[in-house]
Design a protein around this ligand. Structure first.
Ligand code: NI
Length: 191
């Protein structure tokens, strides 16, 4: 497996809508190897997710996994999930405010409103249909990763730019309050 280079904010690939993947391409050895590399790169960088455009590939593929993540110690775990050509649809009006960071946006976090309940339709890595409901903090992670496939970054969705902070200042001044909010969100939505 190969660790892939992660594009940083300012690189045009992060701003291009990615193209859909057809089934033959997905099932081909090259694309399967790419998905393995994407997962490996996410693990190496301790990301909660990683989208193909972040590694300079304009494809509608992203991977998500949270397993006691040191970058996001308050995040509920999410099993390894590969989404191909995902479509997200909110299933309620409910929203919550997430405090996000991104491997493509070094040392910056900010508060982002997200839908709290989503229907997710996609293919898995074998082209089998995924149709699931995701809620709460997990729904925020799905929206963040799928935004990458449309050329959007969390910084675009920060409503109040005064909430931008470095990771160090987040830990110092905002993490305790946010952890309280996360506990309430997890209690409400189960994830
Ligand atoms: Ni990101």
């Amino acid at each position: 497996m190969t660790l892939l280079k992660i594009a940083q904010i300012g690189h045009p690939i992060l701003r291009q809508p990615a193209r859909p993947v057809d089934r033959d391409e997905l099932l081909g050895a090259e694309c399967q190897r790419f998905i393995d590399d994407l997962i490996e790169t996410m693990h190496d960088a301790a990301g909660a997710g990683l989208a193909a455009p972040q590694v300079h590939r304009s494809l509608r593929i992203c991977v998500i996994e949270v397993k006691d993540n040191p970058r996001y110690p308050y995040k509920p775990n999410i099993p390894l999930t590969i989404l191909v050509n995902p479509v997200l649809a909110p299933i309620s009006e409910e929203r919550f405010v997430n405090f996000e960071g991104c491997l493509s946006v070094p040392d910056l976090r900010g508060r982002v409103p997200r839908h709290a309940e989503l229907r997710v339709r996609a293919w898995d890595r074998h082209g089998e249909p995924i149709d699931q409901i995701v809620r709460g903090i997990t729904a925020g992670t799905y929206q963040h990763e799928c935004d990458h496939l449309d050329g959007a970054l969390f910084v675009d969705r920060v409503e109040d730019p005064r909430t931008f902070c470095t990771w160090k200042e987040f830990a110092r001044h905002h993490e305790a309050t946010f952890r309280e909010q996360v506990r309430a969100i997890v209690a409400r939505y189960g994830s």
